[in-house]
Write a protein that binds this ligand. Sequence first.
Ligand code: CAA
Length: 292
Amino acid sequence: RKPAGAPDKSLARPVTKVGIVGAGLMASQLALLFVRRLEVPVIMTDLDQERVDKGVAHVHAEIDKLAAKGRLDQDRVNRYKALISGDTTKAGMADVELVIEAVFEEMSVKQQVWAEVEAVVSPECVLASNTSSLSITQMASRLEHPERVVGLHFFNPVAVMPLLEVITGERTDEATLATAFAVGRQLKKTTVLCADSPSFIVNRLLGRFMSDMARIVDAGTPIDVADQGFAGIAPMPPFVLMGLVGPAIALHNNESLAAAFPDRFYVSPALRRVVEAGKRGYYTQVEGRTVL
Ligand code: CAA
């Protein structure tokens, strides 16, 4: 399906409660954004209580950090914290109008999540995936109501990156797209409508760019020198950016692009080794993070 442009605003449905599947770093950043911008209850779910508690605690800590910077008064701190809750079941999602999933980038896992969510929510509830590369059409294919599935792809760090990609699957309907755009506006994001093609717009380009940087490094240029070659060209040099998003996500993006376009994308064996070793990145310290 070809995206024709921003959909008819009048078709947008109100969002007064949001469910987030996953309580990891991306999910926590999303929970904070929705609480701050929409001021609606947000329920986070994950497989076990420990992950849920960690996710909720992370959002609380970020709210406290904003308060310490003088960005939030105590009233807002209390209100925002009260809007966040967590659960290990999806029962609390029965009355949400929007669910976002931010779980492991694996098609079968996403399809399983949506099947479980669909059993609980109303038929109109919008099901949005934060996938960075997987097909929205395929993700929705086994559902009873695939017309309410859409991609809502946010960028890291979610609070500051201005872009939101809205990805339309083959069967996504206009009301779903209109709701996605309305939410994008409320979140103050620049919202663009993308076709359901591998890695959409940004990650397709980033994948190309990282692929060639990996070729340069694998040919013998040290990583820090390759990054220095980017001085002033982008807000973050490529391998620092990889430390921010995580090498596993970068590898997954490159692998799925290489599968779709084998002659154009390169998967670095060195990157694969970094991910297999469970490392966070190539550097010892990137913006306060401990990495390889
Ligand atoms: N988490 C949350 N907020 C962060 C942050 C983080 N990791 N890093 C920085 N920020 C916030 C800071 O708190 C600051 O906010 P305030 O002004 O409200 O205090 C703001 O960002 C600017 O930070 P700084 O002034 O310290 O630093 P900067 O000017 O160098 O900007 C940056 C930091 C915005 C992250 C910038 O370096 C940048 O744009 N980097 C590129 C990021 C990027 O390309 N992201 C896309 C990755 S691809 C992706 O996410 C898709 C995917 O699916 C994998």
